[in-house]
Design a protein around this ligand. Sequence first.
Ligand code: GDP
Ligand code: GDP
Length: 436
Amino acid sequence: MTPVIALVGRPNVGKSTLFNRLTRSRDALVADFPGLTRDRKYGNGVLGGKAYTVIDTGGISGDEEGIDAAMAEQSLVAIDEADIVLFLVDARAGLNVADQAIANHLRVNQKKTWLVVNKTDGLDEPSAVAEFWELGLGEPRPIAAAHGRNVTALIDEVLSPFPERDESIPVDTGTKGIRIGVIGRPNVGKSTLVNRLLGEERVVVYDEAGTTRDAIEIPFERRGKPYVLIDTAGVRRRKNVHEIAEKFSIIKTLDAIKECHVAIMVLDGRTGLVEQDLHLLDYVLTSGRALVLVVNKWDGLEHEAKEKMRAEIKRRLGFADYADLHYISALHGTGVGDLYPSIERAFASANAHWSTNRLTTILQDAVESHQPPMVHGRRIKLRMAHQGGANPPIIVVHGNQTDSLPEAYRRYLTNTFRKVLKVRGTPMRFEFRSGK
Ligand code: GDP
Ligand code: GDP
């Protein structure tokens, strides 16, 4: 698992400055889920060859009465989700009662905590950190987040117990089958769907569940085919169905997206789409993961409500129209069996391999039925295409003046490739390269 670092501290100590610095690397995928997380912000970063996720907690209110409430509301969740806590204090403001209160919380917490003294730029480090020893959290570490001073060295040390690991996504199903992640905001019906998927006729659930962080992997077999379900809702850990579901965890959701081959994103047909759905979906899309969309709670809905939901999806989810869309009732099991063909197709599409010959033929046919435009009196030439990668598939198109290809023509080509190759359920990426 990617280590998770939580940034906590009073407002204005420099948490978001540090957050920005830590997530600035080019491939940082910032997951910002307003509404889902209230004041927490999630970002990915890489420093010194190691990848991590950072949670910025926005700030713990400085007034004593509010501290417990504020801690409970967001920082405690972040600390809970994190492997490492960076507790930031402000060298310029000096030690403060609120710092003391936060330190008391952190001392009883089991999480590995680092005391970080920010804004030491222009100050003598040893004297700037001296008073913070009093917090009883070990050696105070001076940094200047705004200038990057000591930041890399600190993170190197913080991450040193964590092994370097390959962040690339698991492509090979081996003998274990397609890994399915069921994701979605709270209460959309994830647990109900997981139970339904496992409870279907002829499904054999194996008892050797493994754990990835807190999400549980459930291996099972359906009609002789193996699958692994990644259970973000903690269904499997509950002793009975009446036990309440676990707290919703963004980190578990992000892990599940990272660790699965196909994500099933569950939407709620009764509440309609909300911002949180779009943010999660956007994250799935950016991560390149194969996807099946599910609108749940379709039972007992009035015709009018159904039409409204359909229209809303068409209007707002156009960017995810590469994914199969199912209207189901997890509660009654209606439509649940139909998810499997979509899962299979999404996986197959994401991991397909096509020969250069085939791709070039598709390109040439497309060009023949619809020529690219002229630029500066010369026609743009497209010569050949080859596959540059899988999961998601990357098609590399070679030609001349490809930089000048209009957006509409690119769209025409990408749609043609999709249609001819029958790609469903996975994003596709296209690169255009110009020769000399
Ligand atoms: P947050 O409320 O904890 O997220 O704090 P911010 O990151 O918004 O920073 C609060 C203020 O401190 C801003 O004006 C920053 O520019 C400033 N600041 C942050 N880091 C440093 C630093 O290393 N040195 C100095 N001098 N100022 C800093
Ligand atoms: P989770 O938080 O996403 O895991 O959601 P749950 O599976 O716990 O479901 C939240 C609530 O929605 C529960 O009361 C379920 O009984 C209800 N629910 C789930 N699926 C359906 C469905 O297909 N139809 C209806 N009417 N209710 C459902």
